[in-house]
Design a protein around this ligand. Structure first.
Ligand SMILES: *[C@@H]1O[C@H](CO)[C@@H](O)[C@H](O)[C@H]1NC(C)=O
Ligand SMILES: *[C@@H]1O[C@H](CO)[C@@H](O)[C@H](O)[C@H]1NC(C)=O
Ligand SMILES: *[C@@H]1O[C@H](CO)[C@@H](O)[C@H](O)[C@H]1NC(C)=O
Ligand SMILES: *[C@@H]1O[C@H](CO)[C@@H](O)[C@H](O)[C@H]1NC(C)=O
Ligand SMILES: *[C@@H]1O[C@H](CO)[C@@H](O)[C@H](O)[C@H]1NC(C)=O
Ligand SMILES: *[C@@H]1O[C@H](CO)[C@@H](O)[C@H](O)[C@H]1NC(C)=O
Ligand SMILES: *[C@@H]1O[C@H](CO)[C@@H](O)[C@H](O)[C@H]1NC(C)=O
Ligand SMILES: *[C@@H]1O[C@H](CO)[C@@H](O)[C@H](O)[C@H]1NC(C)=O
Ligand SMILES: *[C@@H]1O[C@H](CO)[C@@H](O)[C@H](O)[C@H]1NC(C)=O
Ligand SMILES: *[C@@H]1O[C@H](CO)[C@@H](O)[C@H](O)[C@H]1NC(C)=O
Ligand SMILES: *[C@@H]1O[C@H](CO)[C@@H](O)[C@H](O)[C@H]1NC(C)=O
Ligand SMILES: *[C@@H]1O[C@H](CO)[C@@H](O)[C@H](O)[C@H]1NC(C)=O
Length: 527
């Protein structure tokens, strides 16, 4: 689930400068917009003036704040009937619930859901300003201001906080919010901090010209949202904030990298994924898929006709209106040759990508990324040496530094992805081959992989590697070549599913009393 950001910002931005009513959307952006709004209309509670809380967690009878704020952008953009009045109503309710006690650590935060016991934004396009009563416009600005002040309460390493420049998506959101609010409210302290945080981000970014939250299909989408706001609303003004001055180049860099990792046959980014919510982007909704959809069409984002509501993280479709209104200005920044790499018809063919990315304080040194992409098989990995298990967010379920995907006979995507059990790993990739080594491992080390279930019609059970549909695997290295196999199922099995994906747990162990450095060598072939 996405954090409780200053999503109102989007709304604020949309309100800064404008003259025209609503944003002119291209065909694909409009298509995303319409599907997201259709979905929202089904789950909107017009008595409460909130969207019902759909998914994550499934909640009986409660509503959700964040997606309701996203909806206001959709309502203002659509502006049919009482849409604009409804948006104003939602905003008044949400802002009334925002934390107002400056002594609280969560000062300026919005509720997660309005029924929530007392605890601890989108884009407001200038185009929409005239659609909202002036007292609501003032409320929005005050609310964004308080939220931006609240954001400053977070300091990485203090009070268990983890907001470092390497935590790319919230760091960029805060930076852009502070820069924008500083400009809008003439608050030189906010402007100063917006620029300071931008410089800290750039110091890290410039190490390898990659974002630290590398190739994370949901969160790269959020980082692009922040950068797209900076590019659209703050670039071409005098004294543009530092983040805005660099936003266009960073957006282009991100799409250059992502386009080389994209497999257009599978509609998936090859690995490694620093943080993922699933193993096949056709079966979970990643926010970056919505950007691809809004640029070149839904057909290019997904390779099967699964209705979005049947995918995990379907709730993130609710961000659709925000993506749609920022899509066309972002698309203009991306060269056509790069966008083309997302189309099956323009697949560049087999290629190997090398890159580096760095996320202190968890990374001792930059990670080395190597990804081999071919039409029907991709192998993507990174070598790393870290202070903790599970990557920068210390989340073993989300960190996937060695991923194999292949296209199966029914058009579905198989996956085999390494599960974190070590803080350091060396990975080598060549066409059809992958070697993994644990420099600090010993005979107790294991190599665990999450392996997809076979598609319908293929063998149900995978107790040996030759039962895998579509992929032949030869195993070498210092491990026992016969894995220990268990099933982590939606219904039954011996271990829990991860991000709602079921999988076969394939675990390779070392021979007893081995004194060798643990390694596993794979050679793959497609059937
Ligand atoms: C912002 O916070 C202050 C207290 O710090 C509060 O008085 C004010 O009402 C808040 N503004 C909004 C729009 O909620
Ligand atoms: C200026 O901003 C910093 C960082 O956000 C904050 O800690 C400080 O209290 C602010 N100072 C004033 C005078 O508002
Ligand atoms: C900020 O300053 C500009 C120019 O000095 C002025 O037009 C604007 O009204 C000010 N905005 C606020 C919120 O004070
Ligand atoms: C990544 O950063 C490291 C450390 O500064 C540097 O040695 C390396 O050359 C950089 N690599 C790339 C591809 O930028
Ligand atoms: C800003 O202006 C430059 C030069 O006119 C233009 O190339 C660029 O696309 C503009 N950026 C945005 C986000 O409009
Ligand atoms: C990839 O798979 C498709 C469909 O199964 C097949 O038509 C095509 O020849 C394969 N391509 C390569 C390069 O193996
Ligand atoms: C990445 O590659 C560089 C250059 O080969 C090497 O010095 C560094 O140790 C590698 N980093 C990791 C984490 O393996
Ligand atoms: C990881 O980095 C630490 C700190 O620099 C170092 O002590 C350790 O030897 C490194 N491990 C590997 C496998 O490179
Ligand atoms: C894996 O290791 C084996 C044995 O050292 C070597 O022959 C092979 O080339 C390596 N494969 C890769 C992808 O580096
Ligand atoms: C093997 O590594 C584990 C985990 O680091 C450690 O607890 C164990 O003592 C090591 N065993 C030997 C024999 O070194
Ligand atoms: C995979 O299976 C091994 C036993 O072979 C178990 O120890 C481990 O916890 C399992 N890992 C996952 C992610 O299910
Ligand atoms: C491994 O070493 C232990 C202790 O030295 C010994 O008892 C055991 O028999 C050995 N196991 C094998 C399979 O060699």
């Amino acid at each position: 689930m996405l954090p409780n950001f200053n999503w109102l910002l989007g709304l604020g931005l949309l309100g800064v400068a404008s003259t025209a009513h609503t944003v002119q959307l291209s065909k694909h952006a409009q298509d995303l917009f319409d599907e997201s709004m259709f979905f929202q209309d089904m789950i909107y509670d017009s008595n409460a003036h909130y969207l019902r809380f759909f998914y994550y967690p499934l909640a009986a009878g409660v509503h959700e704040t964040r997606s309701s704020v996203w909806r206001t952008v959709g309502l203002l953009q659509r502006n049919h009937g009482d849409d604009a009045a409804e948006a104003a109503k939602i905003l008044e309710l949400v802002i009334a619930d925002q934390e107002k006690d400056t002594s609280k650590q969560w000062y300026g935060d919005y509720t997660v859901y309005p029924e929530q016991p007392t605890v601890g934004g989108p884009a407001y396009d200038p185009s929409y300003r005239d659609l909202l009563p002036s007292h609501v416009q003032d409320l929005i600005l005050g609310s964004i201001y308080n939220s931006t002040v609240g954001d400053t309460y977070r300091v990485g390493g203090v009070d268990d906080d983890n907001l470092y420049p390497a935590y790319t998506n919230p760091w960029l959101m805060r930076t852009v919010a502070s820069a924008w609010t500083g400009l809008k409210m003439n608050d030189s302290n906010m402007t100063y901090w917006g620029d300071k945080w931008a410089e800290e981000f750039l110091d890290l970014y410039n190490v390898n010209n990659t974002i630290s939250e590398y190739n994370s299909p949901t969160y790269v989408g959020v980082s692009l949202y922040a950068l797209a706001i900076a590019a659209k609303y703050m670039t071409n003004i005098t004294n543009a904030p530092v983040i805005a001055q660099h936003s266009e180049q960073i957006i282009r860099d991100i799409w250059e990298v992502e386009s080389l990792l994209w497999n257009p046959m599978m509609r998936n980014f090859a690995g490694p994924w620093d943080r993922t919510y699933g193993y096949d982007m056709n079966n979970y909704l990643a926010i970056i898929s919505l950007w691809i959809w809004s640029f070149i069409g839904k057909d290019h984002a997904y390779n099967n006709p699964n209705p979005i509501g049947t995918m995990t993280h379907a709730d993130d479709l609710e961000i659709g209106p925000l993506v749609a209104v920022l899509a066309d200005s972002q698309k203009k920044l991306i060269p056509e040759s790069v966008l083309n790499r997302f189309r099956t018809s323009h697949f560049v063919g087999e290629h190997t990508y090398h890159g580096q990315t760095y996320a202190p304080p968890v990374d001792y040194e930059p990670r080395n990324v190597t990804t081999w992409v071919s039409a029907n098989l991709t192998i993507g990995t990174e070598s790393f040496n870290q202070t903790a298990l599970g990557g920068s967010r210390e989340d073993t379920n989300a960190f996937n530094p060695a991923v194999v995907q292949w296209l199966r006979s029914d058009g579905s995507v198989g996956y085999l992805t390494w599960y974190s059990t070590e803080k350091a790993m060396q990975a080598e990739v060549a066409p059809y081959a992958l070697n993994l080594t644990y420099p600090e491992g010993n005979e107790t080390s294991v190599f665990t992989f999450a392996l997809s279930s076979n598609p319908l019609g293929a063998k149900r059970d995978i107790y040996t590697l030759d039962a895998i549909d579509g992929l032949k695997i030869e195993v070498g290295g210092t491990v026992n070549p016969e894995p220990v196999v268990s099933f982590c199922g939606i219904l039954g099995g011996t271990c829990p599913i991860i991000h709602d994906f079921e999988f076969w747990n394939i675990t390779f162990v070392m021979p007893a009393n081995s004194s060798e450095i643990p390694s596993i060598h794979f050679n793959f072939s497609l059937e």
